[in-house]
Design a protein around this ligand. Structure first.
Ligand code: TMP
Length: 234
């Protein structure tokens, strides 16, 4: 498969046309940003880790009956995926308190949430990706209530599958972010699942093994990403 014209360049990925209709090529970059792009840097080999890890996770989810955009891993940092009409929402699922939830509700980082907390954010950089409630979503008409319900259900199923997957690899899935799109009217999981878009802690030591090492200058960022990939592929 050959890459054609660049369609879009985001903070962590580039998307190219391919020579197959309705299929695009995603290239994962080493560039890292945080706090809505205010902090910038590079994490050596991040693009490869995120591409290979996402490919593996999408395959796991497909094997459990979850529709994803994944088609093929082309090389170490490029995947071919189905083109989706993306829904401009980020779905965050949380099993423990961390990050913005800690700031919002004041519970201690690491507190276990008896029931997973799901949040929806509007994908809009100039507004700083605001948190939305169901009424906000209704007035914005981003998705109708049936599709919203389907996104919530699918996210919850993905959480159950991934919690188990990471637990087997001695990792706690603290939280993660999903993006969905439509393929011929059907809800399909898109984007990526990686240490950029999830929080993963070692189950024994509670060491942070994700992008929080970059966000909070904790050091050993590359080592953590490589270690996560090694466990994901084990
Ligand atoms: P938060 O605690 O900062 O709201 O992040 C929740 C989860 O969502 C965490 O696993 C990181 C992920 N995330 C993204 O993938 N992209 C983003 O832009 C943000 C803010 C968070």
């Amino acid at each position: 498969m050959t890459a054609g014209e660049l369609i879009y360049e985001g903070k962590a990925k580039k998307v190219f046309h391919s020579d197959v209709p309705h299929v695009v090529i995603v290239e994962f970059k080493d560039d890292a940003t945080a706090f809505n792009g205010e902090k910038k840097g590079q994490i050596t080999n991040k693009g490869a880790v995120n591409a290979v890890m996402s490919a593996k996770i999408f395959q796991v989810l497909e094997s459990e009956g979850i529709a994803t955009h994944f088609r093929e891993q082309l090389d170490t940092r490029r995947l071919s995926v189905d083109w989706l009409e993306m829904i401009p929402l980020e779905v965050v699922v949380r099993n423990r308190v961390a990050g913005s939830l800690e700031k919002r509700i004041g519970l201690k980082e690491g507190s276990v949430l008896e029931q997973a907390v799901t949040e929806l954010y509007l994908k809009n950089d100039s507004l700083g990706d605001p948190l939305l409630n169901d009424d906000h979503i209704r007035v914005l008409r981003v998705v109708d209530s049936a599709l919203l319900e389907q996104m919530r259900k699918q996210s919850s199923r993905i959480n159950t599958i991934l919690q188990h997957f990471f637990e087997q690899r001695n990792l706690i899935l603290v939280d993660f972010k999903l993006e969905f799109g439509l393929r011929q009217g059907q809800l399909v999981l898109g984007d990526e699942i990686s240490p950029d878009t999830s929080r993963l802690w070692d189950r024994t030591t509670l060491k942070k093994m994700d992008k929080d090492r970059f966000r909070r200058d904790l050091g050993s960022v590359e080592e953590a990403y490589n270690e996560v990939l090694e466990r994901v592929l084990s």
